[in-house]
Write a protein that binds this ligand. Sequence first.
Ligand code: B12
Length: 487
Amino acid sequence: MVDILFVQDYFERMIGIMQISAVLKQHGFTTDVVVGSRDAVLKKTRQVKPKIIGFYCTTGFHHRALSTAAELKRRHGDGILTVMGGPHPTFVPSVLEADGVDIICRGEGEYAMLELLQALHGGDDYCAIQNLHVKKGDGLQRNGIRPPCDLDALPFPDRDIYRNIDFIYNQGRQEVMVGRGCPFHCSFCANQAFTELYDGLGSYHRLRTVSHVMDELVEIKQKYRPSCFFFHDDNFAVQKDFCSELLAAYGKKIAIPFACLLRADLVTFQLVKLLKESGCYAVYFGIESGDRHLRQQLLRKEISDEEICHCANLLRQQKIPYFTFNMVGLPGERLAEVWKTVELNTRVQPAWAWFSIYQTLPKTELAERAFKQEIVDAIDVAAADANFHESSTALRQQGDGRKIIRLKNWANVMIKLRIATLVVKKIFLHLPLDAAYSWMDRILYYFSYYARLDVGASWLRKIRSAFFLIRHSDAFGSHSKPAKRQS
Ligand code: B12
């Protein structure tokens, strides 16, 4: 019997879940985790008999969480408490009204979940815990948010929670974050909404100290012998001094390949040199749109084409492979502007250009603006796609929607083989071979991107991962089947 069973959609270590688990275990509670479908959750629930089932929920993936929670409540009634945490309930707290959800957690969950378990353990009332909204009799009790927690005071994320999930536990890559949040205000990103949620309570954007990060890395290195590290922070080099100090210490004490995300306009020769010297094997940065106006005005990412190309040149000179993030289907975007994104990527020549379909995420400035300007008819979380690769509310209302998706699926072929562009423009964009294009993109994605993530993995492991990925294609956010819609 465990105190809490976490549920996640994605076959990857989730830092939020590991972090909450570490705090709970520190106080003597027991935790476990399950990934994937409703059946997997029901089966695991029978096995471990949890008191609480805690769903990590992003917008789009909430459909499946809701239907699973409803089924769990039908089967177990008050024997199990269902809690939803993560970005979706944080920004759409009305999700608590759905059948099957007992509690939602807004913002950071470490101490809210600890207090919830302590209250349950002591037989106390748990309705007034900060960060939680709770169903109480016929009503709802909505509590305020507590200040952001002190990151250096937290125990290191509990990586052992995945010990029973071989695919995750034995992955050579270990994910780490050096802080939370981001100081920039890109209109499509949820970071701004996190900042507003914590307004007046303290800064949501903060970094750990270098020594705290280093102690964690050393512990992971000794305990799990990773083949590489992946720093998941939106912007690894946001504070220059912090970054230089960390990289210097990393090069000396860790010396294992690592990947990180950067903002193109913050990339300098000195930084790239330091990255190379300390073992960086891959860098990711966002282009988002190849159209300067869309990028700077609509998306509020004030980076020029020149800065993007300069960043790519510096990385190329130091032989650090780089990947770009791009979006299509922006509010009001036309096919001609999507071509510009393909063109800019063709100039930049990334190892893989990640293209996803823009979704109107709740509480983001861009979604709210698009709604006010009637470019989308709703910030329609009910219609949100989990996977960002099939469609979106905005694209469904766009005349060129299907062609934009086809262009997205051909983008990487065109970026690599410049000659393909004319053929795609004249022929393939007009043929309704959508399923074939989507599969072509998935296969290329696997070999150009996914298989390269685990630097140290053998080819046998990579082939096993490919089959695993196909078998569990509903549990990979990047290219998954849309989850069933419920609310
Ligand atoms: C790293 C990251 C990823 C990694 C996560 C893997 C990893 N190894 O951790 C990867 C690349 C896999 C990923 C994938 C996706 N991501 Co992402 N990701 C992030 C990022 C940058 C940081 C998340 C993180 O780890 N934060 C640090 C931890 C400590 O915070 P946390 O996860 O929020 O967890 C805290 C609380 O949310 C809460 N909590 C979390 N889980 C639970 C569970 C329970 C029961 C409770 C009570 C509380 C609780 O407590 C935690 C501790 O304080 C955020 C941006 C952000 N600012 O959060 C986007 C973000 C979460 N991602 C987002 C999206 C859209 C996605 C994808 C759908 C993208 C895609 N196209 O595939 C997928 C979906 C994955 C899924 N369904 O699980 C959006 C979500 C927006 C929304 N409204 O839902 C965000 C907010 C970025 C954005 N676009 O603005 N992501």
